[in-house]
Design a protein around this ligand. Sequence first.
Ligand SMILES: Nc1ncnc2c1ncn2[C@@H]1O[C@H](COP(=O)(O)OP(=O)(O)OP(=O)(O)O)[C@@H](O)[C@H]1O
Ligand SMILES: [Mg+2]
Ligand SMILES: [Zn+2]
Length: 559
Amino acid sequence: MPYLSLYRKYRSQNFDEIVGQEHVTTTLRNAIERGRIAHAYLFSGPRGTGKTSAARIMAKCINCESGPTPTPCNTCPVCTAITKDKLFDVIEIDAASNRGIDDVRDLKEKVRVPPSQARRKVYIIDEVHMLTREAFNALLKTLEEPPGHVLFIMATTEPQKLPPTILSRCQRFDFRRLTDAEIAGHIRSLCSREGYSIDDGATDLIVKSADGSMRDSISILDQLVSFSDGAITAADATLMFGLVEKSEIITFMEAVFSADAQQAFELFQKFFDAGKSFSLFLRLIMELLRDIYLMRQGLNPPRDSYADAERDTLRARARALPRPTLVALMDEVARVEDRIRWEVYPRIILEILIIKMIDLAAGVDDADAARPAPAKSKAAAKPRPAPAAPEPEPANQPAPPDQEPAQANAEPAPEPDPEDPPEEKDPAQDGGFDAAWKSILQSIRKKNLPRYLVFADAAAHMPDENTIVLSYAPENRFKKESAQEKNYADLLRQAASEKFGRELRILFRIDRGGDDETPPHEAEERAVEPEPQPEEPEAQNLSLFEQINETFPNNKELS
Ligand SMILES: Nc1ncnc2c1ncn2[C@@H]1O[C@H](COP(=O)(O)OP(=O)(O)OP(=O)(O)O)[C@@H](O)[C@H]1O
Ligand SMILES: [Mg+2]
Ligand SMILES: [Zn+2]
């Protein structure tokens, strides 16, 4: 027998079986009982919450041979035909693929024809917001004067895209996201009906990944079933979905709380290499922070599934962390959580988040750490003594004594920094170099695209107020050489002096993670051009991880 996916097998066939939408099902039941069925309904709500299921149940309620009834029999020919999607008079239309006027015109014709087998024809129009404007207008005509033998049920995940004229002609029901408890309960019940065992950790992970969608939770369970042979465990779930385990998050956050940046970044690297889900990673951090917060207030975290030792660790944190710090941490994580799904470079954003969390936890000035001003960029950072021997693995380097870890790291590379939209303030004042550099690049871009492309590939920084250093990765050596050509370099110098209001030296280098490179034609550059001190340019092209190591070599001292 072919394996029937759980979510098909367990599609709700009765209002009773629809979990968590009582406000909808009760009203519909009552309407059927009282014979007051509207001619058009709109079921709106997130995906996988029961809209289509409810629409089909409604079709059965109306057409069941022992009906109309709020509890269809599910055994008569009409009910079974609807279950199998074979009843001629129940028509499901996917508006996403039948968007046009012709489809709706067609519908207008057919609507007039009375039902052949059933009491009432039921049109279920899924994703109705996808219809074109003309199609809406045609549909509207039908909705205005619907033949008595027709019921329309429209479903949409995006009701705000529907014209008000349509909305005003339907009775609307908003399906809601299912709660964690509802999903967990349903998952457990499906497992017991199927004879599977499932542990709490696995249920928990499914719930978290499903994000309020019952369908998603069931299809995750489906995959786990085939993966785990009857006994589903958190370990399976973790392995299969590349999820991060709670205990790993605790270890990670302990590293953050104790300002052990090296360990925090190593763990993050591990998650990243293992292809773990970023959004789940964030959600677990958020949950952990919330739990610590609750413990701090003397409350018990909901669904407390911590091991005793873990709970002790968290309690100790709860005592140690000031409330505003916790709130600021949650704020910061929530902000990142919000935007991470749209980000092209989620990794960089998460790395920046780690730095910010470390700063916040270490009590580095909140204002600076939470919203690092462009003013705190490298250009403004105090020049640091050069490390003795810059290496690609700078973990062992001595710590410069006068460092400002938060600021030095808040803007690690000229990657588009998500937290700092380019601010057009005087770049000469106290930093803002990243913003200034972006604007210099933009002005070059307007003048000459090829030259822009050559400069845009460099990591730029400003070791002192009269110098800009462009570092190229070794594989971009040819770009560096182009950049140094007079017509290129002049364009840059000119754009820079326009931006800063003074003449600047421009230096070019290849970044080899320590192997400094000074090509002979550096002399073509204006004036005396001592090669920049290696330490800053190194830092520019180090990965964030390496920079952290460099900046927090003995980072435990910060705690
Ligand atoms: N509220 C619920 N109670 C029980 N099962 C549900 C619920 N919502 C969804 N399901 C399960 O998920 C499957 C899909 O649900 P359904 O098609 O009704 O969702 P939907 O809201 O129409 O989603 P979409 O907007 O993606 O079309 C069902 O077969 C059922 O197994
Ligand atoms: Mg649906
Ligand atoms: Zn029936």
